[in-house]
Write a protein that binds this ligand. Structure first.
Ligand code: ZN
Ligand code: ZN
Ligand code: FE
Length: 755
C-alpha cells in the first residue's frame, strides 16, 4: 500500500473535475480526497501501486472534455490510511487557478430544453458542469456560487439535490438553475415597458424578429442586435440606425446544415463552429447559384465571406429554433463602442436602434464579445479573442516579475503575467469613446481583483499620445515602454513558443517608431536579449497624418509625390479636387502635419487608391481587404520588382518605386485589377524572402495586422519554406493590435531580466 499525491494545474475548476475524480476513485476502490486550491486541484489516494498507476492513467485519458491540464506533479508517499474518498472544501492561497471562459451549451443540455417531459423544457438558463457561463458571471476566485452573479438566486430543492450529488451532471455547477428558482426573461418596448414575461417573452420576441423588427437581446457577455438576414429592409434599417454602412455583420444560423447551404464548410470549420468555444468563423460564401438560401446582399457587401456562428446558449437555441432562418447577430452598441451589458444602460444606449429589448435578470459581470476565428491550413487562427477563449493564459517557458500590460490604442486588450502564465483579457476595442475608456478601466480593475495581482512592472506602448500608455504612466508602478512592432514580434513568439535568434517581420497599419516616424513595415533581428531593426519599407509622407488612415487617397498622394511632380496625373479622376490637391502638395512640401511612414498598411491603401478601389474607408483595413479580395481566382506567380537598398550602418530599405511604376503601367493598359493585385501581393512576399536571405536567419516570425491577409500569408509561407526557412505565425493570439498586450508582457520580461 502507498499514497499517490497529484497536484494538477490548469483549467480544472468549474468543469466537473472533482466529481470526475470522485467517481474514478470509487471505480478503482480507492480512499483519499480531492480539493480545489488557488492553483488548481490536489488529489491524494491510498492504494496498491499498480492500481494507483491505472488510476493516474485513466485520470488523464478520461478527464472532462472542457478541462485543460497544464501541469501535473506526482509524488509517491507513505499510505495515510484513508478510509473513504471525500471532496474537501476549497483552500485559499495565491490566485493562479484558471478562470474558465464561457462555454457553449452542451449536447445533453440542448436535448433537455427541447424535451417537453423535462423540467427544464424551454428554459433559457439551463447549464451543467460541462457548459454555460463562467467568465461572464464570476466576481472572484475560487469559482463558487456566492462569488458569481448567480448568488442572488436561491436554488430550489431539486436544483440543490443535483448540485450536491457527485453522480449528477450538475454537481457543483455554479450557475445551476431551473424555471422555479432561476433567472427569467422579459420583453420590453424601447421605453422599458414590459410587454411579456418568461416563455411568452421568448415566443413574442421571435415573432417580432420574423416580422422584420430589430431586437436588442441580452445574451451571455452582452447585448446583440438581432434582425432577419434575409430582409433587405431590416438590414438597411439596422445599418442606418447603427451608423454602419459597409462593415460586414455577423450571422447566427439555427443549424450547421443551413450554414452549409450558404457557405463552403470544411470539417475543421465545422469543428470550430460546434466546439464549446463556439466562435464566429469566417467562411467563404457559396456563389449565388450554389446558395440555397436567400441572404441580403447588404449583410456583407462586396465581401466573399460571411462571419458565421451557431447559437451558443439555451436562449439563442430556443430563439433560433422558433425563427428557423439566419439572423444578423451583431454587437449591441453604436459603431465602435464596447458591447452593452446591462438592460437599464441598454435602454439608454440602444433606444434609437432597437425596436424591442429581450432582457433577463442574470447580471453580466463583465462584457465579453463574440470571438472571431478563421481556419487557416486546417487550424484555428484567432482574429478577435473574447468569449470561449478569454481569459485563458498562454504559457512562457520562463518565470520572472509579474507584469501588467496596457496594450495598444486600437483593438485594445490587457495582459497580466503571474509565474509562467500570461493571462490575456477579452477584446476591449478601440479606445476612442468614453464607453471604451470605461470598459478599459473596468477590465483592468477586474483582472487585478480576480487574480489579486500586484504587478512589479507595467508595460505600455511608446506612443506619446496613447491613452493606454498615459494610464500606465499614472499607475506609479515601475514602467517599461515597449515599441509597438517589437511587441508584435514578441506576441507571436509567445504564441508559437519560438526562441531567438530569429528574424521578426512586423507589418501593420500604424505604430509609433523609435525615431518618431510612423512605422509599419519593419524587420528586426532578435538574438539572445538584443533587438535591432535591420530593414524597413521605403518611407513616404502622409498628408494630414491620422486623417490618412480613413482616406487611402492621402497615402497614394504622399507615395506618388516621391516619384512624380504631379501625383494627380496618376490618381483616378475625381479622387482630389484641384484645391484639395494644392493643399496636399503644400502640406507635404512644408512637412506640416505630414509625418513620414514606413507602413505596409499604408502602402496597401495607396495601391487600393491608385486602382480606384477605395478613396476613403469606413473601417480599419477596408481598402487592404478589398485589394486582397480582388485577387479572386487570378492565380499568377508573376510579381512586380522590388529593390532592396543597402547602406553601410543603416537598416536596409525595401524600395517600392519599381513596384508602383509597374502597377501604373499595367493599370494604364487596363490589365485586370485582380492580376495587378496578385502581382503586388507576390512582390511583397518576395521582399520578405529577399530580406530573410540577406539576414541569413532560419526562423522567421510574422506578426502585425497585414498577416490577417491570407493570400499574402500563404505566399510568404510558401516562399520561406521553399528557401528552407521555418516561419512562425499567430494562432492563439491575434496578429493585429489585439495581440500587443501579451507581446508587451514578454518583451518587458526579457528587458527586465537583461538588466
Ligand atoms: Zn450542459
Ligand atoms: Zn431550481
Ligand atoms: Fe499594430
Amino acid at each position: 500500500m502507498q499514497r499517490l499525491r497529484l497536484e494538477i494545474s490548469g483549467a480544472v475548476q468549474g468543469v466537473g473535475f472533482r466529481p470526475f475524480v470522485y467517481r474514478l476513485a470509487h471505480r478503482y476502490g480507492l480512499a483519499g480526497w480531492v480539493s480545489n486550491t488557488s492553483k488548481g486541484v490536489v488529489i491524494e489516494v491510498d492504494g496498491d501501486a499498480e492500481i494507483l498507476a491505472e488510476f493516474a492513467e485513466a485520470l488523464l485519458k478520461e478527464k472532462p472534455s472542457v478541462s485543460i491540464i497544464q501541469n501535473i506533479r506526482s509524488k509517491s508517499l507513505l499510505a495515510a490510511g484513508y478510509s473513504s474518498f471525500k471532496i474537501l472544501k476549497s483552500k485559499g492561497g495565491k490566485k493562479e487557478a484558471f478562470v474558465l471562459p464561457d462555454l457553449a451549451t452542451c449536447h445533453e443540455c440542448s436535448l433537455e430544453i427541447l424535451d417537453p417531459a423535462n423540467r427544464r423544457y424551454r428554459y433559457p438558463f439551463t447549464n451543467c458542469t460541462n457548459c454555460g457561463p463562467r467568465y461572464s458571471i464570476i466576481n472572484a476566485i475560487p469559482y463558487d456560487r456566492p462569488s458569481t452573479t448567480m448568488s442572488r438566486f436561491r436554488m430550489c430543492i431539486k436544483c440543490r439535490n443535483e448540485y450536491e450529488d457527485p453522480y449528477d451532471r450538475r454537481f457543483h455547477a455554479q450557475p445551476n438553475a431551473c424555471p422555479q428558482c432561476g433567472p427569467h426573461l422579459e420583453l420590453w418596448d424601447s421605453s422599458g415597458v414590459i410587454l411579456a414575461k418568461r416563455d411568452d417573452a421568448l415566443r413574442r420576441a421571435s415573432v417580432e424578429i420574423l416580422e422584420g423588427k430589430i431586437l436588442a437581446v441580452k445574451g451571455l457577455g452582452g447585448f446583440h442586435l438581432i434582425t432577419l438576414a434575409s430582409s433587405d429592409e431590416a438590414v438597411r434599417t439596422l445599418r442606418s440606425r447603427k451608423g454602419r454602412e459597409m462593415k460586414p455583420f455577423a450571422l447566427m444560423f439555427p443549424s450547421i446544415s443551413q450554414i452549409s447551404e450558404c457557405c463552403m464548410l470544411s470539417s475543421e470549420e465545422r469543428g470550430s463552429l460546434q466546439s464549446p468555444r463556439s466562435p464566429i468563423v469566417l467562411l467563404q460564401k457559396h456563389d449565388e447559384t450554389n446558395s440555397r438560401m436567400h441572404i441580403s446582399e447588404l449583410v456583407s457587401p462586396s465581401n466573399p465571406e460571411y462571419g458565421v456562428m451557431l447559437p451558443y446558449t439555451p436562449l439563442h437555441i430556443l430563439l433560433m429554433n422558433e425563427i428557423g432562418q439566419p439572423v444578423i447577430a451583431t454587437s449591441g452598441n453604436l459603431s465602435d463602442e464596447p458591447i452593452c451589458t446591462d438592460e437599464i444602460e441598454a435602454l439608454e444606449r440602444l433606444k434609437d436602434i432597437a425596436d424591442l429589448l429581450l432582457v433577463h435578470n442574470r447580471p453580466i459581470a463583465r462584457h465579453v464579445d463574440d470571438s472571431i476565428v478563421r481556419i487557416f491550413n486546417g487550424r484555428e487562427m484567432i482574429l478577435r479573442r473574447a468569449r470561449g477563449y478569454a481569459p485563458l493564459p498562454m504559457s512562457m517557458d520562463k518565470e520572472g516579475a509579474s507584469i501588467f500590460a496596457t496594450g495598444a490604442h486600437l483593438k485594445n486588450t490587457l495582459a497580466l503575467s503571474i509565474g509562467k502564465n500570461v493571462f490575456i483579457s477579452q477584446h476591449i476595442g478601440d479606445l476612442e469613446t468614453v464607453q471604451a475608456l470605461e470598459a478599459f478601466d473596468e477590465v483592468w480593475n477586474s483582472i487585478e481583483a480576480l487574480y489579486e495581482a500586484h504587478p512589479d512592472i507595467i508595460a505600455y506602448d511608446m506612443h506619446p499620445d496613447y491613452i493606454s500608455s498615459a494610464k500606465a504612466k499614472e499607475s506609479h508602478i515601475r514602467g517599461i515602454p515597449v515599441q509597438h512592432h517589437i511587441a508584435h514580434i514578441y506576441s507571436c513568439m509567445l504564441d508559437s513558443g519560438v526562441r531567438p535568434p530569429l528574424l521578426g517581420v512586423a507589418w501593420d497599419g500604424t505604430g509609433y517608431g523609435m525615431d518618431g516616424t510612423v512605422w509599419g513595415g519593419e524587420f528586426f533581428n532578435i538574438t539572445g536579449g538584443s533587438v535591432s531593426r535591420i530593414a524597413h519599407l521605403r518611407r513616404f509622407r502622409l498628408p494630414g497624418g491620422e486623417k490618412a488612415v480613413k482616406e487611402p487617397r492621402r497615402s497614394a498622394f504622399g507615395l506618388l509625390t516621391e516619384l512624380f511632380d504631379d501625383p494627380l496625373e496618376y490618381l483616378p479622376s475625381g479622387s482630389f479636387s484641384p484645391e484639395e490637391s494644392d493643399i496636399m502638395k503644400k502640406m507635404i512640401s512644408s512637412k506640416l502635419n505630414s509625418p513620414l511612414t514606413s507602413s505596409v498598411g499604408r502602402l496597401f491603401d495607396a495601391v487600393a487608391s491608385i486602382l480606384d478601389l477605395h478613396q476613403t474607408i469606413e473601417f480599419e483595413g477596408q481598402a487592404a481587404m478589398a485589394l486582397e479580395h480582388e485577387i479572386g481566382d487570378n492565380k499568377t506567380e508573376e510579381y512586380y520588382p522590388i529593390e532592396i537598398l543597402r547602406h553601410e550602418g543603416e537598416p536596409m530599405v525595401i524600395d517600392w518605386a519599381p513596384l508602383i511604376e509597374g502597377i501604373i503601367i499595367d493599370a494604364a493598359e487596363r490589365m485586370d485589377t485582380g492580376i495587378i493585385s496578385a502581382k503586388f501581393h507576390n512582390a511583397l512576399a518576395e521582399s520578405i524572402a529577399a530580406v530573410a536571405e540577406i539576414a541569413g536567419e532560419r526562423k522567421i516570425v510574422l506578426s502585425g495586422g497585414c498577416f490577417q491577409n491570407v493570400y499574402l500569408l500563404q505566399k510568404v509561407l510558401d516562399k520561406l519554406e521553399k528557401m528552407g526557412c521555418e516561419p512562425f505565425i499567430h494562432r492563439n493570439i491575434p496578429s493585429n493590435d489585439g495581440g500587443i498586450a501579451p507581446g508587451q508582457v514578454l518583451a518587458a520580461l526579457m528587458m527586465d531580466s537583461e538588466k
